[in-house]
Structures are given as C-alpha cells and as structure tokens.
Design a protein around this ligand. Structure first.
Ligand code: FMN
Length: 259
C-alpha cells in the first residue's frame, strides 16, 4: 500500500495492480552462448538472411525496455538496391557494410515523444489499460519531456528541480533539447543490442557502426533535423575470416563496482 509520502509514480500504479504475469523458465546456457558468440563481424559470406528471420529480429528489438514506453526509435531496413549502394558509401565503405547482406539504420526520435504519447493514449481507450496509465501519459509525460520553445520550459524545470532537490529526491533530466537526444539514444541503443542478440540467436551475425556520415544518411531517409542516427547495423553470416581477432576486454573490476 502506498502512503502520502510515496512518490507520485508509486501512488499511481502499485495500489491498483491486479495483473499477474509469471516468469517463463529460460535456458541460461543458451543465453550465455548467444551473448558470448556475438562478435562485431566485418566480413560476411554470401549466405542470405531469410526474410522472415530478419523481420522477426526487427520485431523482437521493439520489445526492448524503453523510457516511459514511448518507443523513441525507428529502424530502417534498407532493401532498395540504389539506396543500399548509397548507404554503403555513407558507412564510409566499411567492409562491415560492403559485404553485409542487410543494413538497418537505427534512428533515435526524441522529437516523437508527443506523437507517441498521443498514440499511447488513443490505444489505452481501446484496451483494458489501468486508469493510472492514462493519468501517466496525460500529466506526467508532458511535464517530463516537454522542453518548451527554445528549451525555455526545460530551463525552468532545471532551476526548480535544483531547489526542490534540497528537500527531496526528484528526477533531474531531461531538462534540455540535448538531454532529450540522450533520452532517445538510450532506448534506441538498447533496441540495437536486442537486434544484434536476436540475429545471433537466429544464427546470424552483425556489426554496429557509428563510423558513418549521419548527415547524408538522414538525407537519404528523408529524416527531419531532430531525428538522430544512433547507429547502422549490418547483418549476415560471418565469413571464415569475418572476425578480426580474439575478443578481449579490460579487467572487469575496472567496470563492475560492488559498493
Ligand atoms: C556504438 C558503436 C559503434 C561502433 N562503430 C563501429 C564502426 O563504425 N565500425 C566497426 O567496424 N565497428 C564498430 N563498432 C564495433 C566495436 O568496435 C566492437 O563492438 C568492439 O570492438 C568490441 O568487439 P565485439 O563487438 O566483437 O565484442 C561499434 C560498436 C558500437 C557499440
């Protein structure tokens, strides 16, 4: 049960929830195999990706965790031959693009938060969605993601949260246009990882690329200025010499901090 001191989100959701979804049993060993065998592949062989596999992997990526379930992403599977040739050029002719069977441009859409909020609200009218959900999208989402004209509302939020933060915990971001870019990139990058792991689980390989001409790719896809290219993901089956070397990482205690 919530009490009056609980943050607003807890009050909104926890009392009313009656939904039960049991956790499925999963095969840990198979998952470890997928994660460990995903490598950035720079040279692919001639084997094609089955169309339905590619579509399923793309659809699985849409199940990724994402901020406020606003799904601030788009995935352009570029199949048109002429566009593909241009895209390879805009991936700077990297072998990971040149030899790929398929190329997907992963786009972060910070600008879509309002449109997707409305779509979520429209959807909630036709489904049995708790009232708390519509309250969330009607009240909290606009407050959190609207930055106002020239980011002015964001600035006001930044100043107010600074002072409110002295007396209680409060979300600090996003309070600017660039925070919104980070916001959208975070969720999009998670979906990118799901796409790459899905491809591996289906027996394929991938390579994420940010060594790209994002400006030209945006023009190719006719994207607006506010859209941001998160990365391009190439896919196919690895050639025998497709992985450039044994995988290595810096020592884990540099990154995993148990405090
Ligand atoms: C955001 C991002 C951008 C990357 N850009 C490129 C790229 O442009 N070209 C490339 O060959 N590899 C690129 N990589 C792949 C990394 O070099 C690779 O993930 C890293 O060396 C670790 O190797 P592994 O993926 O095989 O574990 C990129 C990876 C990420 C996550």
């Amino acid at each position: 049960m919530s009490n009056s001191n609980d943050p607003i989100l807890n009050k909104l959701f926890q009392d009313s929830n009656t939904y039960i979804e049991k956790a499925l049993d999963v095969n840990k060993e198979e998952f470890i195999k997928v994660v460990q065998s995903r490598r950035s592949v720079r040279i692919y062989n001639d084997e094609q990706i089955v169309e339905s596999d590619m579509l399923q992997c793309l659809e699985l990526s849409l199940l990724s965790a994402n901020s406020s379930n606003l799904q601030p992403w788009e995935f352009y599977w570029v199949r048109d031959e002429n566009k593909k040739i241009k895209l390879i050029d805009y991936c700077l002719g990297q072998p990971a693009a040149k030899t790929a069977q398929e190329l997907v441009v992963c786009v972060a859409r910070p600008d879509n938060w309002k449109k997707n909020t409305q779509l979520m609200l429209d959807m909630s009218k036709h489904k049995e969605i708790p009232k708390a959900v519509s309250t969330y999208y009607n009240k909290i989402v606009p407050l959190a993601y609207n930055q106002g004209l020239f980011g002015l509302f964001g600035l006001i939020k930044k100043i107010s949260t600074y002072f409110i933060g002295f007396t209680r915990s409060i979300p600090r971001e996003p309070t600017s246009i660039s925070d919104m870019n980070v916001w959208a990139h975070k969720s999009t990058a998670l979906a990118c990882q799901t796409l790459m792991l899905s491809l591996r689980a289906f027996g394929y390989d991938s390579c994420p690329m940010e060594g790209i001409d994002s400006h030209k790719i945006k023009k190719l896809l006719k994207l607006p200025k506010r859209a941001k290219i998160c990365m391009v993901i190439s896919a196919g089956k690895r050639a025998d010499n497709g992985v450039y070397g044994k995988r290595f990482r810096l020592p884990k205690d540099r990154f995993i901090k148990i405090i």
